[in-house]
Design a protein. Structure first.
Ligand SMILES: [Zn+2]
Length: 142
């Protein structure tokens, strides 16, 4: 059973899947909290052959997405502490927000990259148009 079916834009973003085929994993380790190499990515999608780093320095733009996610988390934690808690000192808010950002950083890092790649790589339901199959067609005449 699939949690989010293929073709839905949120699938590659939330599950960190390839935006071209919505099947291949965007990261080597499926668990974002895997200590060693939580940011390791394969060069190509194992399912469709989509290149994950489209050009050198491609993921610099993902920092802006990650920054926006960090702001959203900070505001959410601040509001939650304000609503749920009794009198908090300013240092309590700083520690609470900092702790939340630290604990969420592996997931927001991956989500930032996933969102950034999904912006530039559209979904393709036809396997004949996947990069892997295009390469095979080029090789066949030889
Ligand atoms: Zn793929």
């Amino acid at each position: 059973m699939r949690i989010i079916p293929k073709g839905i834009l949120l699938r590659p973003i939330l599950l960190h899947k390839c935006p071209k085929c919505h099947e291949g994993d965007l990261f080597t380790h499926p668990n974002p909290f895997h200590i060693n190499g939580y940011f390791d990515q394969p060069e190509l999608c194992h399912h469709c052959g989509q290149k994950f780093e489209i050009e050198p320095g491609f993921y610099y733009g993902a920092m802006y997405v990650n920054y926006g996610a960090s702001i959203a988390i900070s505001v959410a934690v601040f509001v939650a502490m304000y609503v749920l808690g009794s009198p908090w000192e300013p240092i309590d808010y700083i520690v609470g927000v900092g702790l939340a950002l630290f604990l969420m950083s592996p997931y927001t890092f991956r989500s930032g990259r996933s969102i950034w790649l999904t912006i530039f790589v559209p979904y393709e339901s036809n396997p004949e148009k996947w990069p892997k199959n295009s390469a095979k067609k080029v090789e066949q005449p030889k």
